[in-house]
Design a protein around this ligand. Structure first.
Ligand code: ATP
Length: 242
């Protein structure tokens, strides 16, 4: 049994099959890239794993527990946390308040002082603990991204789903972001990351899975997948420097 098992997952939106019979597994402690062109179904797949959307059919299991059909809250309690492509913070609340919310609804359902302690720990991990009392509205873009990650970490996940968390960062911030993800991985977290920045994927992910038009077209070591002609033509329009 693998840690995360995605077994023939399907998501149908009316006549559109956004995720079509996708199967792959992740072992505990792996960091895997989820690649594919715009509209290929990556975010939809993340939505199925995190419970933001119900699957049309198929099974998704974490450590043997069937997630399919469970509520989003129950899936968070099972140890799944994710970041969103569009950062979701509550601007009028302080950073620590923003993060406490996910500590409350996360794996261990902390409350009060315990939720605050977990939230401060998550802010520390992303380098924001010195600004815990600042309003989220006052953050720069990279710090909003850090806050979004802290919110996911405060849920104390077993598996972290990153949806283009590195997008929009400048080169210095990108290097910091890559280092941060590496630290999380080294701490034992299992990570599935949707990412378009190939240098970051190469730096972080020994293995990638690639989607195109809802289907899985590759599941291989990163160098091999990025040199696969089907991946090159589908995903990168032939422009990858593999
Ligand atoms: N809630 C929805 N209702 C209807 N169609 C949707 C919905 N969510 C996504 N889609 C469609 O499903 C397909 C896959 O979208 P998805 O966002 O999963 O792709 P993606 O690979 O994450 O793309 P990107 O890299 O641009 O984020 C697209 O055609 C999209 O328009």
């Amino acid at each position: 049994m693998s840690f995360l098992e995605i077994d023939r997952a399907v998501k149908q939106f009316g006549g559109l099959r956004a995720v079509s019979d996708v199967s792959f597994t992740l072992e505990k402690g792996e960091v895997v890239g989820l690649l594919g062109p715009n509209g290929s179904g990556k975010t939809t797949l993340i939505n199925l794993v995190s419970g933001a959307l119900p699957a049309t059919s198929g099974d998704i299991r974490l450590d043997g527990l069937r997630l399919t059909g469970l509520s989003r809250d129950r899936i968070a309690r099972a140890g799944v946390a994710r970041t969103f492509q569009l950062v979701r913070t509550l601007p009028s609340l302080s950073l620590v308040e923003n993060v406490m919310i996910t500590a409350v609804f996360g794996r261990h359902a902390h409350w009060g002082a315990a939720a605050r302690r977990v939230a401060l720990g998550a802010l520390e991990m992303v380098g924001l603990s010195d600004r815990a009392g600042v309003a989220a509205a006052d953050l720069t873009y990279i710090d909003q991204k850090r806050l979004e990650l802290a919110r996911a970490l405060a849920a104390e996940p077993e598996i972290l789903l990153l949806d283009e968390w590195l997008a929009g960062l400048n080169p210095t911030e990108l290097a910091e972001g890559v280092a941060l993800i590496r630290t999380l991985h080294q701490g034992g977290l299992t990570i599935l990351m949707v990412e378009h920045i190939i240098d970051a994927v190469r730096a972080l992910c020994p293995r990638v899975v690639v989607m195109n038009s809802g289907e899985l077209i590759a599941d291989a070591p990163t160098d091999i997948a990025l040199a696969d002609p089907m991946v090159v033509s589908a995903y990168l329009g032939g422009e990858v420097d593999a």
